[in-house]
Design a protein. Structure first.
Length: 306
């Protein structure tokens, strides 16, 4: 499958669903039968997401998260609907195949710029708060010591709609005098090399298939299961500015009562302090204006990142 001419991430089939726990009832008055006999929404709540570090890890990590989410929503089930990229996640939402979507920061800004009417509800909170950081990494043995040294080299980006995997590192490269993609060695002339997810970038740097790559901070540890030998083979060239947290969104046309219920469920998820999901510590409410900074950065690129 290709989207806007880009190959989908390897091994990710469109529409793969991870279930825990029928379609989630959107009507506020729709009754449901739960294990305790209480009322609530029926069926499954479906959250569209991309397996940004690979599907295997996401399947493993999401189980407890989905169970807790289903309880908070009083839904019979909660499921992940996997998409090959962020645009595919938006497509799932618009097609009615998902009730909400966990988008990337840049992907949200890009979708709104394309006229897709979305409402952001919450973003994840991590140890750095409501923001996260991107890294440019290279192999320890590479004779690369600055971003300027990447002129004429192979560089692995994640996806056209990734903030930490494309927009922010691209701007840093251009500020260092390296035009993207003109000054990079690429597989296809005039096109950046997109590797599909952060784990692929890490592995390609380790295998020296690319000279450097862009990831979010923490992706390397996840990609190699904290293997100290392989982590020691990587070196950080640069860090991005803080990036606004990626939003969980619904269609703007969704009933306000539904928006409120989903937001409240995510905000309450980590009241159970035993819940672990990736590096997420909780969720915080967000508004569309929280992403104005990203929109301004897009306007600074030579092609608007389109």
């Amino acid at each position: 499958m290709t989207v806007r001419g880009r190959a989908a991430s390897p091994g990710i089939a469109a529409g793969v669903v991870l279930l825990l726990g029928g379609t989630w009832g959107l009507a506020a008055t729709e009754p449901a039968v739960t294990a305790s006999g209480g009322g609530g929404a029926a069926g499954a709540f479906r959250l569209a997401r991309i397996p940004y570090s690979g599907a295997r890890g996401l399947y493993k990590d999401a189980q407890g998260f989905l169970e807790a989410l289903a309880r908070r929503l009083r839904a019979g089930k909660a499921s992940l609907v996997l998409a090959p990229d962020y645009e595919g996640a938006v497509d799932r939402l618009r097609a009615g195949e998902a009730d909400a979507a966990w988008l990337g920061t840049l992907a949200y800004a890009q979708a709104r710029a394309r006229g897709v009417e979305l409402t952001p509800l919450v973003c994840p909170v991590r140890r750095t708060g409501r923001t996260y950081t991107g890294l440019v990494i290279t192999h320890r043995d590479a004779r690369i010591y600055s971003l300027a040294d990447l002129r004429g080299r192979r560089f692995g980006f994640v996806d056209h709609d990734s903030a930490s995997g494309y927009l922010f590192p691209r701007l840093m490269l251009e500020q260092a005098g390296v035009r993207v993609p003109a000054d990079l060695k690429t597989l296809r002339p005039g096109e950046p090399d997109f590797l599909g997810n952060h784990a692929n970038v890490v592995l390609n740097v380790l295998l020296r298939k690319v000279d450097a790559g862009a990831i979010y901070e923490g992706a390397a540890e996840e990609a190699v299961s904290n293997d100290p030998v392989r982590l020691a083979a990587l070196r950080v060239l640069a860090r991005t500015e803080p990036i606004p947290g990626e939003p969980i969104v619904v269609l703007a046309s969704a009933p306000q009562e539904l928006k409120d219920r989903i937001r409240a469920a995510f905000l309450a998820l980590f009241e159970d302090h035993a819940l672990k999901f990736e590096d997420v510590l909780g969720f915080a409410p967000v508004r569309d204006s929280d992403y104005d900074y990203v929109r301004r950065l897009v306007s600074r690129t030579s092609d608007g990142v389109r």
